[in-house]
Ligand binder design. Structure first.
Ligand code: FAD
Length: 415
């Protein structure tokens, strides 16, 4: 069997590696060709590179890989969540808590691609441009020539070129997405740790920003804004607003900006005869606060297992829906939480939620799990629904807020 994988991000590498390793275990002859047009290290990746638990376990169990220590720029234990008027520090209170790991994303991608190549995946630095399905085979057109295979695995993220090529040939519909704009902030005379040791997440009332973040990296901080239609001007406006400006403490000059997208809905017909999409291309990521790298590794591995064990027809590949039950089951919850959060933020009504969380450990843990991505939205919602004390704390907090009873002291940031 010949498999063509388009895209060498975590989804493509996970699938390709799992295919060659799985085929060797089963004593099957499977050739895997992977097409990645970027040179990791030279071309940028806008991703913040925050690896959420249990990524180390996923890499070990699925890909038999250890993350080399030099790829980790820092460990982050705590998060801050800010509205325009309030801030709360969120720490994991669970006994088996693990930190998030901040990496430089292109280095992570380069590492995964090198491992795939060493394991026997044929890696081509070609841009895939089109494809066709003919006589039970797939022909993939690339800028380096055409390639014939039995199945194509779409791991091209939200790449529009392959997204529309696949859509033209099948019923595939690319996921809906949010835009992001990212910049690097060098803290001048200060060290990064003098400014932030934690990840800061923001829910501003600015209608153009759905959420924003400030992440301490190695020698700099990365700032991100996301929304339906964000621009570098929106990013500048955000950085000049009181809360981020208060955290940064140094004048920020926005120079290089990077544009990206991330999916907020599943793709339509994300698999069919002789094709399957994974990772961002399939839109199979935790909606809202993504954990996209974990989902990419997970869906890539599942797709490989299905191809090897069940086959390449639409019926065989439909197994992916069972394997991704937890992710798919969480989509509705994630979307609902996203819309509720957006509405509350627009109307400055997230402040009472933070006020209640100051007093209510269950709510604080729920916010931590949402922001850090450490639990499914389904579990978080069900846990909160079963906690009458949280309901009471929220009701009290909203009542005080709407009656204008919150004390002036409660309106300021706790940082
Ligand atoms: C601003 C931003 C910040 C993020 N931060 C985080 C974070 O901190 N933690 C986290 O877990 N997730 C984060 N994500 C999400 C995460 O980046 C994605 O979910 C994850 O990268 C998906 O992996 P993937 O392999 O599916 O797609 P990608 O990583 O997008 O990989 C797709 C690959 O396909 C290649 N490609 C595309 N088209 C073609 C073509 N035609 N021919 C050849 N190659 C092609 C691309 O060059 C790319 O390398 C963030 C996303 C954004 C936009």
């Amino acid at each position: 069997m010949q498999v063509l994988v388009v895209g060498g991000g975590p989804a493509g590498c996970s699938c390709a590696l799992s295919l060659v390793r799985g085929a060797a275990r089963l004593g099957r002859r499977v050739r895997v060709a992977l097409f990645e047009h970027k040179l990791f290290g030279m071309h940028y990746n806008q991703c913040l590179g925050v690896l959420s638990p249990p990524i180390l376990q996923l890499l070990k169990d699925f890909l038999d890989l250890e993350l080399p220590p030099h790829l980790v720029q820092r460990e982050v234990h705590d998060y801050w969540l800010h509205t325009g008027r309030r801030s709360i520090r969120l720490a994991d209170s669970s006994p088996d808590s693990e930190p998030s790991l901040v990496t430089r994303r292109v280095e992570l991608d380069r590492y995964l691609l090198e491992r795939a190549s060493q394991a026997g995946v044929e890696v081509y630095q070609h841009l895939a441009t089109d494809l066709e399905f003919t006589g039970g085979k797939v022909i993939l057109y690339t800028e380096g020539g055409s390639f014939k295979g039995d199945i194509v695995v779409g791991a091209f993220g939200l790449g529009r070129r392959m997204g529309s090529a696949l859509a033209r040939r099948t019923g595939y519909r690319a996921p809906d997405f949010l835009e992001t704009v990212v910049t690097k902030i060098h803290p001048g005379p200060l060290r990064v740790e003098d400014i932030a040791r934690e990840i800061h997440a923001f829910l501003p009332s600015d209608p153009e920003i759905e959420f924003a973040a400030l992440v301490p990296k190695g020698e700099h901080l990365t700032a991100l804004v996301s929304g339906r239609n964000v621009t570098s001007e929106v990013l500048k406006r955000f950085l000049a607003s009181p809360v981020p400006a208060g955290i940064l403490r140094v004048p920020v000059e926005v120079r290089d900006v990077f544009k990206g997208n991330f999916p907020i809905s599943p793709a339509g017909r994300f698999y069919g005869d002789n094709y399957i999409t994974i990772g961002d291309s399939a839109g199979l990521i935790r909606p809202f606060k993504g954990k996209g790298i974990n989902s990419a590794v997970l869906t890539g591995h599942y797709a490989a297992r299905i191809i090897l064990e069940r086959g390449i027809t639409a019926g065989a590949l439909s197994r992916i829906e069972d394997d991704c039950r937890e992710l798919i089951g969480d989509l509705w919850y994630g979307r609902s939480v996203r819309h509720l959060t957006k509405w509350l933020s627009r109307h400055s009504l997230f402040d009472p939620v933070l006020a209640a969380a100051e007093r209510q450990p269950d709510l604080r843990q729920a916010l931590f799990d949402s922001v850090s991505g450490q639990d499914t939205f389904r579990n978080i919602v069900h846990r909160l629904a079963g906690s009458p004390s949280t309901g009471l704390a929220l009701a009290h907090s909203f009542f005080s807020h709407l009656c204008g009873l919150s004390s002036p002291g409660e309106q300021k940031h706790t940082r």
